[in-house]
Design a protein. Sequence first.
Length: 100
Amino acid sequence: MAGTNEFDYLYDTTEDTTTRFVSFVGPSVKRFDLAVTSSNRFYGKKLVADLQTGKTAIIGPDDLEEEGYLEYVFKLEEEEAEELKSFLAEIVGGIHFTDI
């Protein structure tokens, strides 16, 4: 049948989320414009989107401890990544295993 959807969905859900939009400049004078979304998915991690570059990552406290992770994901210099890490450490809580 023409037009029949042939996708094999792994999941398809709708959920109410909370998004915090924040813009700040650190000592490196790099401006960050972020959208930080809290969801019941991703084991309690935050969905962090850089609104300037369109780069997005799912970030929790374990990711902040991984050396070079923020530099790689958001294409940042080391000093810029440290500023972002400082900010995210304040808002990223513990991991929750509720994503089923």
